[in-house]
Design a binder for this molecule. Structure first.
Ligand code: PFF
Length: 467
């Protein structure tokens, strides 16, 4: 077997996996879904899904990876189930597609960091002009993708693990710094109250559906990223405990992002609840509204807070793009026997090309801006279309197939035996994971996949208006 590389330490592995999980999803999307979805009521639903549904899928992915020491395609083959190899290819496709547009949003964040560092706070008022400036976005995204590819090309221990060990502590420090600063702002407590006061009347089928999708995406599940990372984990690691730590870290950072964001929202709206709801429900908040808020802090302070925020967003995205790129790279290395450096640059180049239509889809080119219409979604631009396909459809479908595969094809006793390696006597968590992967995950993920396909693509509401 070729030398595929390994994580050098347990901590390194956990930081890399947590780095994959903590991303734009936590900091960009989570706070707004909380704002729109009933505050703490949404957080509770989210936590429920993270631990009840996502955690077992994470353990399954890690176990498949560690057992076989292969990429998602090779892993299914190595377990002797060639007919299920489609799961691996579906994962590759998801990684490919998600990375193609994720890089563009990451490039916006990186671009904002540079602009604010140069004192340009007006950028928020010129968001569309910024995203349609393809030369700029093209450049920022090349730098971002180039950086990602460089890290991945350096291998698992020397690249991925090392980057995570440097970036994750900085990221945590930035988050804490921003939370502490945000809490000193006028009306901060009103913001926190808005964030955390549960409004259960907001919880409906759609909010539950959103919370589930968000938890799944946020934990990087359903596409084999954690099969791939699991394949570099040593056999003395307790993967159940590791998965618990990764889930907790991810959820905590998302939670902290809310603690940082809502004081900003409250500060801007002077604690007006109605306005807060309006402002914080929209995903444009970060790119359109926040720069103005930073500007109002005045001079150097504004630059420091603003630049720190967008650097935080950039770092969070970076450790996620690394894991997204690692999946197809590991496939090329393991299955096609192409050397790592070469594999990385080839895949990164291809994905960059696939991302160009996304880059042009926020207004630059009409064809991509009004790309496609489905009965249930209205007209989508290319980027949203890829998001609908990969995030909303392929990930839950991938998770469903991984659960069924683990419980009924690879089989629960083999799964349990793999979990036990490095863990000693299995406790309650291990028992729960085995049960959930057989019953809870297939059912919930099956429903979600079906609802997504029927509601969005076919425009058939099979839930009787529930979702
Ligand atoms: N978990 C990342 C986020 O929350 O932004 C996104 C992601 C990364 C999804 C890696 C899937 C993946 F494999």
């Amino acid at each position: 077997m070729t030398n595929r590389g390994q994580f050098n330490s347990r901590l390194g592995f956990i930081l890399a996996a947590a780095g994959s999980a903590v991303g734009l999803g936590n900091i960009w999307k989570f706070p707004f879904e909380v704002g729109a979805g009933g505050g703490a009521a949404f957080v509770l639903v989210y936590l429920f899904f993270a631990f009840v549904l996502c955690f077992p899928v994470m353990v399954a992915e890690l176990a498949i990876g560690r057992k076989t020491q292969r990429n998602p395609v090779g892993a299914i083959k190595a377990l002797g189930h060639q007919r299920w190899v489609g799961i691996g290819y579906l994962g590759l496709a998801s990684g490919f597609l998600i990375l193609s547009f994720y890089t563009i949003v990451a490039a916006w964040a990186f671009g904002y960091f540079v602009e604010i560092l140069l004192g340009n706070f007006e950028i928020g008022n010129h968001f569309t002009a910024f995203t349609t400036n393809w030369l700029k976005i093209g450049l920022f995204s090349i730098v971002f993708m180039g950086g990602t590819a460089y890290v991945v090309s350096q291998g698992v221990g020397g690249g991925i693990e090392r980057a995570a060990k440097i970036l994750m502590p900085i990221l945590l420090f930035f988050v804490l710094f921003l939370v502490l600063y945000a809490l000193t702002l006028p009306h901060a407590l009103t913001g926190i109250e808005f964030y955390l006061r549960p409004d259960f009347s907001k919880i409906n089928g759609e909010v539950i559906y959103k919370a589930l999708g968000q938890a799944f995406f946020s934990l990087s599940l359903g596409m084999g990223a954690l099969i791939t990372y699991g394949s570099y984990v040593s056999r003395d690691t307790d993967i159940v405990r590791a998965a618990a730590v990764i889930t907790l870290t991810d959820v905590s950072i998302a939670f902290l992002a809310g603690l940082m964001m809502f004081p900003f929202v409250a500060y801007m709206t002077e604690g007006d609840l109605l306005q807060m709801r309006e402002v914080s429900g929209g995903a444009g908040f970060i790119f359109m509204t926040l720069p103005g808020i930073f500007q109002s802090f005045g001079g150097l302070l504004g630059v420091i807070i603003g630049a720190t925020f967008f650097l935080l967003l950039t770092f969070a995205a970076f450790t996620s793009t690394i894991s997204l790129l690692e999946v197809p790279t590991a496939y090329m290395v393991d299955e096609l026997k192409i050397e790592r450096k070469r594999s990385t640059w080839i895949v990164a180049g291809l994905i960059y090309l696939v991302g160009i239509p996304s880059m042009l889809s926020t207004g630059s080119v009409d064809f991509f801006t009004q790309f496609i219409t489905f009965p249930g979604t209205g007209t989508l631009n290319f980027m949203d279309f890829v998001g609908l396909l990969a995030n909303d459809t392929f990930l839950p479908l991938g998770g469903l197939l991984i659960s069924i595969f683990t419980a009924y094809v690879w089989r629960r006793n083999n799964f349990a035996a793999e979990i036990a390696v490095g863990a000693g006597k299995g406790g309650f968590l291990s028992m729960y994971v085995g049960f959930a992967i057989s019953y809870v995950c297939p059912v919930i993920l099956g429903v979600i996949t079906l609802v997504t396909i029927c509601n969005n693509f076919l425009g058939v509401d099979i839930s009787g208006g529930l979702f």
